[in-house]
Design a protein around this ligand. Structure first.
Ligand code: LLP
Length: 463
């Protein structure tokens, strides 16, 4: 395709006064290492490389749009989390962020556990050889068939989410002659946001059993009364993309309070607590995520302190990061198509994917960064909105960003930090073909989830 410059779009100076976005980076060619995976760099010609392979080759071999996952970064993050928490804690990767058989094998090799929340995720995990005892099974509405499969497989824990489920799991375990290890998921009354937490309206949601009004204590009472259940602990997950540790601290404190109440009432010290996932990552240069060792220290300090003051033995802690492990490890590569400058507003840059491969911007107003990656450019910054090819004006990938003003159809641009909740939430809207996930490591690239084909679409359409 032509690389000739298109008519210049509005310049950032015209619209910066609107103030909805940060000023452009001093040099758009510089890749902020905060938002790119660890092996990403630019080669001598200015093209982005990952795992030692340039994007032009990747685009030619695997097409666009496509997700490129930096395998050594993924493994390094797994190790950082398990080293940070140490041998007295367990790290469960939350498979909902992105799961494939290759990922399951990496998790096994790096010594992590796995949290699944559906029969499909469970099947993927078991099929790839994950040991069942390393799997936790979650969900607010697990079907009887899913619970049976989990119990038969021997999953390490089922996280009970309602009073009805306590009975359901107990019944299924009994009929299989099994004593199933379970945790009870509680809602602790903390509603976590990115930079703050507020305790409000927390019971008004579908997950867990409220600590308030003694409901969680009642759930513990019932679970302890059922022989086919082995209650190993309490679980709390307060939200997602959280930077502020205060919400986790309140959650830990309240869960420990419940452990103390259980000890006082039943004479039982539950041996484990799970503080869930939800740790934030950098999507743009404005985000400042905590390192795993800081998170581990903050959580274990608070649990230890609270247990000491309640006279409890410190329970084994587990956490369930999904986004914080896989999110930063991948970027989505797109080819630039139509470029439409809107005078005095911004320039719309259309790519060959969109909300079918990244629904997060449309759904959560999520912020992303973007860079021209097939080359560098000295052109001045132009305010852009990166949009997809779907029949919907909300089909936005990156709402506000700056790209060089000489951007042209055929250029490759990449959106970093798309490893979590992009492929796993991808859709076939407009009969789009879901993109492949390509793992890149040490100069080698291999497809771990292949691109959908039109035959795949027709195969499901049975006429
Ligand atoms: N544990 C439990 C019980 C969860 O419900 C979740 C996420 C996690 C762990 C992992 O959270 P993470 O560390 O990945 O934030 N689709 C949304 C996120 C939904 C998260 C649902 N539960 C998004 O794209 O932001």
């Amino acid at each position: 395709m032509s690389r000739s410059a298109h008519p210049a779009g509005p310049r950032h100076a015209d619209v910066l006064t609107e103030g909805h976005y940060s000023a452009p980076a001093a040099d758009l060619n510089v890749l902020d290492e905060k938002v790119w995976s660890r092996t990403v760099t630019r080669d001598a010609d200015g093209a982005l490389t990952v795992g030692g392979i340039g994007v032009a080759r990747l685009a030619e071999e695997f097409g666009t749009p496509a997700y490129f996952l930096d395998e050594s970064d993924f493994r390094a993050r797994c190790r950082a989390w398990s080293e940070a928490f140490g041998p007295d804690a367990d790290v469960f990767y939350a498979g909902k962020a992105f799961l494939s058989r290759a990922v399951v094998r990496w998790l096994q090799e790096e010594g992590l556990h796995l949290d699944v929340c559906s029969g499909g995720e469970l099947t993927t995990a078991l099929d790839a050889g994950m040991s069942a005892e390393r799997i936790a099974f979650h969900g607010n509405n697990k079907t009887v068939a899913e619970i049976e499969r989990a119990v038969e497989a021997g999953v390490g824990r089922i996280v009970l989410d309602s009073f009805q489920e306590i009975v359901r799991v107990a019944h299924i375990a009994r009929s299989h002659g099994v004593r199933q290890r379970v945790q009870i998921r509680v809602t602790v009354g903390v509603e976590a946001h990115t930079h703050e937490f507020i305790a409000t309206a927390h019971e008004d949601q579908k997950f867990g059993i409220a600590l308030a009004d003694g409901q969680a204590a009642e759930a513990v009472r019932r679970a302890l009364g059922l022989d086919s259940l082995e209650l190993i602990g309490i679980h709390s997950h307060i939200g997602s993309q959280i930077f502020d540790m205060a919400g986790f601290e309140v959650s830990a404190r309240r869960v420990v309070q419940l452990l103390a109440e259980v000890r006082d009432e039943h004479g039982v010290e539950l041996p484990e607590i799970d503080l869930g996932g939800g740790l934030g990552i950098a999507y743009t240069s404005d985000d400042d995520p905590r390192e795993p060792h800081e998170i581990a220290k903050a959580l274990s300090d608070i649990v230890t302190r609270e247990c000491e003051s309640a006279g409890l033995r410190t329970p084994r802690i587990s956490v369930e990061p999904g986004r914080a492990i896989v999110g930063p490890t991948a970027f989505t590569l797109y080819e630039v198509g139509t470029i439409k400058p809107l005078e005095g507003l911004r320039t719309y840059v259309s790519v060959d994917g969109g909300m079918s491969d990244n629904i997060r911007t449309a759904l959560y107003d999520a912020e992303y960064s973007v860079a021209l990656v097939s080359r560098t450019s000295d052109a001045e910054p132009m305010l852009v909105r990166v949009v997809g090819k779907h029949c919907e004006s909300g089909d936005i990938v990156v709402k506000d960003a700056f790209l060089p003003a000489d951007l042209a159809p055929g250029d490759l641009i990449a959106v970093p930090a798309t490893g979590a909740y992009c492929r796993s939430m991808a859709s076939n809207y407009n009969h789009a073909l879901r993109p492949p996930v390509v793992a890149v490591r040490d100069g080698e690239a291999r497809v771990i989830v292949r691109r959908e084909t039109e035959e795949d679409l027709l195969r499901l359409d049975v006429g």
